[in-house]
Design a protein around this ligand. Structure first.
Ligand SMILES: [Fe+2]
Ligand SMILES: [Fe+2]
Length: 163
């Protein structure tokens, strides 16, 4: 049996993961408009990953006979600035997600929900990876310092990201 608090916490996180996907599709549209197709594709892959995260949480809830309730999503920005600013926005967003995942884990601890604890541990590790990856890309973009030919090389490399 899943507690009401845990049910609500998982459901809220499903919403947050879907909102992340929505934000990343908006960023992808922005990057396409700025003619960085590689980075745009990288961000779209990220969006797919976020949908996967939402499903992972939702399926856990469903497997346990729990209910997921979807909420309205906030309209994302249209313009995210330069390539570097866009990736900085990704890192900031992922830091917020990390904080939300940690809160979710705290709920699982308080509710003595061992199954949810195991699930959320996967997300804790995933967030370490997300922040590290965003940080590495920012580092490369900072080193390129607005030199367009270097930015285009980075863009090309980002486009090689697979599913
Ligand atoms: Fe996620
Ligand atoms: Fe990831």
């Amino acid at each position: 049996m899943i507690s009401k608090n845990m049910e609500k916490a998982i459901s809220d996180q499903v919403n947050k993961e879907l909102a992340s996907a929505y934000l990343y599709v908006a960023m992808s549209a922005h990057l396409e408009a700025r003619e960085y197709p590689g980075a745009a594709k990288w961000v779209r892959q990220q969006a797919k990953e976020e949908v996967g995260h939402a499903m992972k949480l939702a399926e856990h809830a469903f497997d346990r006979g729990s209910r997921v309730v979807l909420e309205a999503m906030e309209k994302p920005p249209v313009d995210f600035g330069s390539l570097e600013q866009t990736f900085k926005a990704i890192l900031e967003h992922e830091k917020k997600v990390t904080a939300a995942i940690h809160k979710l884990y705290e709920t699982a601890l308080n509710e003595k929900d061992y199954a949810a604890q195991v699930l959320v541990q996967w997300f804790i590790s995933e967030q370490v990876e997300e922040e590290k990856t965003a940080q590495e890309i920012i580092r490369q973009l900072e080193a390129a310092e607005g030199r367009e030919h270097l930015l285009l090389m980075i863009d090309h490399r980002l486009g090689e990201r697979g599913d």
